[in-house]
Design a protein around this ligand. Sequence first.
Ligand code: NAD
Length: 436
Amino acid sequence: MSNPHAQAVTQLNKVAKLLESQYPDKKVFARAIEKLKKPDRVIEGQLTIVMDDGSQKKFQAYRSQHDDARGPYKGGIRFHPNVTKEEVMALSTWMTWKCAVTGIPYGGSKGGVVVDPKKLSAAELQKLSRAYARFLVNDIGPWTDVPAPDMGTTGPVMSWMVDEWEKAKKEKSGPLMENALATFTGKPLGLGGSQGRDEATGLGGAYILEKLAKELGWQRKKDITIAVQGFGNVGYWFAYHADQLGYKVVAVSDSRGGVYLESGLNPAKTLECKKKAGQIQDCLCDHQQCQVSLGKKISNEELLELEVDVLVPAALESVITIENAPKIKAKHIIEMANGPITPEADEILEKKGILIIPDVLANAGGVTTSYFEWVQNLQGYYWTKAEVLAKLRPLMEKAFDQMWQLKQTIKQSARIATYAQAVKLVIDSLILRGRV
Ligand code: NAD
């Protein structure tokens, strides 16, 4: 794929053309756009850890802080062999937009370490996590930059980072003046994590589905067919809530393939069965029973090409490409994974008239609930799951409404309308601060 940061800049240029007329001072507007094309800073360095065999190994690490006009930088930490500087720069830019979309008071950042975490022992993973937190001792904090898990990192990784950051901070500056729990989100429940975080991204997507149904005037939810690629955290909870809300989930898949059932699957039973059987293809469950003869096994490629009302990629990035885009028959796509459609494929789908709800809006329930975690950590007062999820719904709905209204006004795709909405909020903050 082309340089992802160049892609983020191209998107920004496109949106700038649509927003320019709203700003009387063209010079200020141009300065704001130029500023947003580059992150505020990229911190980079090498982390050295002692491996289990006694040897020393170095790992390249990054943290890109894109913009903090709306609040502290916010973004995950990726442990993956393909991490590059350009990738974290692009991802930090997209985080600025994602946080602005639901109106949470954060800017955008992203971190990464070039490593395959599957090749590390548990002890090595802990050492690397601690080394990363120590590396950023002066660059992150509850009011500066708030990291979270991303690909290859987990709740336990955040716990080690909280502990190490706190320790390193005390070593450098004496008594701890900052709230270490509020410095990282996505923590386990036992260490300041938030109730409801697990299902928040999928549920947030289901709220978006409900809004879409309302706008498009879908009368009978049980006739609306949905196919979900990926049956992990995001895919499962999206499918579960869509089913609970009365939609017909006809297909789901994981990395080993999927299943199709014309009359509708029961995601909860399917997950239960998958846990016992080991793979989804051995689980065809409707609302009464699990029986492989009920439907058929399908491949991941077949799932993407099903004739359904809503296709939900919820697994990996770049799964819809220039090759398979012409074969997509879904009427609508809700991007629950990050970047599941390549820019070239996006153009093809748009020409085909497929309505795509972009990732920065559809999966923003995750970062929004991370924000709730941060708020709870700062106030030292914790909410019930029902309280957390009730706070999520209005933010997701408002974000959708604003996008939809703008989409009608500027007559552009939902993706462009979402970016325009977010970029405008960030530019307005830069101007209010007098930074540009
Ligand atoms: P996960 O690891 O829990 O689940 C990923 C799922 O995808 C698994 O079921 C896996 O089997 C499946 N999968 C892997 N390769 C596949 C393939 N080739 N075809 C089909 N399925 C495949 O991850 P997750 O947390 O559910 O994240 C999924 C996506 O959502 C990622 O793009 C992630 O960046 C994005 N996302 C996650 C969150 C969150 O809160 N977890 C928030 C925003 C965005």
